[in-house]
Design a protein around this ligand. Structure first.
Ligand code: FPP
Ligand code: MG
Length: 296
């Protein structure tokens, strides 16, 4: 199966599962909460690439599982990603009026609701992950280990910690190690977790887990560099509000050719690690190639 049909079929699975999860909230929560579920749905269905949940499915398939087996874990990473974008767009952070070509969540529903929508998605992410208990494939011990992984990727030691450094770092402190530190945490940690969740769920041996981790870490940085390249090439990619100050981005420190070199090296590293995992890793390789060449 070529990458285009692979990713279209897996994204369709992810989107169907997101749709079902929202129907469940509408069914089981009081009708009074319906507008909150609608605000969750607005951002969860907002045209994202589904890059992180796709990684979770591809990693699971590389380890011999079916994509469907790990959908709750894929949903958990997409819920956390979505909450982080909603909060990132708020006036206190990036103050972005639009996201994916549509009004950002707070522009559509108001700041208070946007904060709560993010809170709900973050919390419910772990509710989704807990649904793995319904499968006989994974032991409680391994599911707990997946929880630990996601907590550390999303919390102080990952996404939130990285975002904290991003918003508090002064422009005079921008240098390559600092920018890399931010991106390893803010963007990379959730990408590593997306790849590693299936490994945790099956208690994968250390050597193979380390390969998947190195694949995820290289891909995470590569993803951010490709994002910075696209951002630098398109002045209107993000509509910035009052926090218009420079961001700690690779484009502040490197020219286009240097960024492309670094991106290529990271993708090569990611692919070497994936290939060492055997022939079922071809989708992981294709995903890395997609990042090398992506245009959006
Ligand atoms: C774009 O992802 C997003 C990133 C590159 C990560 C940026 C990190 C943050 C905004 C962290 C914010 C954290 C907190 C705690 C507020 P993408 O291109 O996959 O987006 P898509 O889902 O629209 O495709
Ligand atoms: Mg931002």
């Amino acid at each position: 199966m070529n990458f285009q049909s692979y990713s279209a079929s897996r994204v369709a699975l992810i989107e169907a599962a997101i749709g079902e999860s929202l129907v469940q909230y509408q069914k089981t929560a009081s009708l009074r909460f319906a507008p909150l579920v609608e605000a969750m749905s607005y951002s969860l269905s907002g045209g994202g690439k589904r890059f992180r949940p796709l990684l979770t499915l591809a990693s699971a398939e590389c380890l011999g599982f079916q994509a469907e087996d790990v959908l709750p874990a894929a949903l958990a990473v997409e819920y956390i990603h979505t909450y982080s974008l909603i909060h990132d767009d708020l006036p206190a952070l990036d103050d972005d009026d639009t996201r994916r070509g549509k009004p950002s969540n707070h522009k559509k529903f108001g700041e208070a609701v946007a904060i709560l929508t993010g809170d709900a998605l973050l919390t419910e992410a772990f509710g989704q992950l807990a649904r793995l208990q319904e499968s006989t494939l994974f032991s409680p011990k391994h599911i707990l280990s997946a929880f630990e992984l996601l907590v550390s990727a999303a919390g102080v030691r990952g996404l939130v910690g990285g975002q904290f450094i991003d918003v508090t770092l002064e422009q005079t402190q921008f240098n390559l190690p600092e920018v890399e530190f931010i991106h390893i945490h803010k963007t990379g940690a959730m990408i590593v977790a997306s790849v590693l969740l299936p490994a945790r769920l099956c208690g994968l041996e250390e050597k193979k887990s380390a390969l998947l981790k190195r694949y995820g870490a290289a891909l995470g940085l590569a993803f951010q560099i490709s994002d910075d390249i696209l951002d630098a090439e398109s002045s209107n990619r993000y509509s910035r509000g009052p926090r218009k100050k420079a961001r700690p981005a690779y484009s502040e420190l490197m020219n286009r050719a240097e960024m492309q070199d670094l991106l290529n090296n990271l993708i090569d590293t990611a692919n070497t690690c994936a290939q060492a995992l055997g022939d079922k890793s071809s989708h992981l390789v294709d995903i890395a190639e997609f990042i090398r060449n992506r245009k959006h």
